[in-house]
Design a protein around this ligand. Sequence first.
Ligand code: UDP
Ligand code: MN
Length: 242
Amino acid sequence: DPPPLYIITPTYRRPEQLAELTRLGYTLKHVVNLLWLVIEDANKTNPLVAHTLDRIGVPYEYLVAPMPEEYKATKRAKPRGVSNRNRGLDYLRANASEGVLYFADDDNTYDISIFEQMRYIQKVGMWPVGLVTKTGVSSPIIRNGKLDGYYDGWIGGRKYPVDMAGFAVSVKFLHERPHAKMPFKPGYEEDGFLRSLGPLANAEIELLADQCRDILTWHTQTKKNPPASPVNFTRYGQTNLE
Ligand code: UDP
Ligand code: MN
């Protein structure tokens, strides 16, 4: 068997939720030796989500990790999916020994070839992400075959100005860093997590997607939909509403 993949997907209840999970789930279904960690920002699991995951048929764990109240209450930007991802890291610390972890938001788009490439990461791997900010791409910059900085529409003083969809980490490497976690700091989630892995030399960062020439992941965003009409009832879509 190839090394296992652990895909950590934060999710939360909204009209689009089951559609997003369905689309992502059928992408992941093309990938072998994968465990999908679906972690909902909620106090309890939702049977409709569990039913959807069962129907898709990808091996999964369905866990919950609510956003702390102090962040939920704020009118400013929220640290979306941070509780969920940290719960996923805890799960891996308790249950995984090898392979690679990847944070796959439920609304993004993934070419399955990136999963086959990321399995063999020894420490941290990175690659470009499309549809990030007005500039349209976030990517490591490669000069003479080597990592030489980052291109992103918003640098914001980050050491690692990368998108959540643009990196993956070896589970063994994570185990060697028991304090690594994602901060509740909007805009700085990726940077904070990567910094918490300790100093990384550019040469230690593996460059995937044909040395960052290919775009294989996209930060797609789904437009907000109105709650479905009771008249237009579908068994799985409609009933995921309050
Ligand atoms: N998310 C969450 N709780 C929230 C909002 C978002 O768990 O209150 C999840 C969401 O399902 C997604 C990730 O966190 O997997 C990032 O959220 P979103 O896609 O809304 O952020 P954006 O892509 O706009 O930065
Ligand atoms: Mn998103």
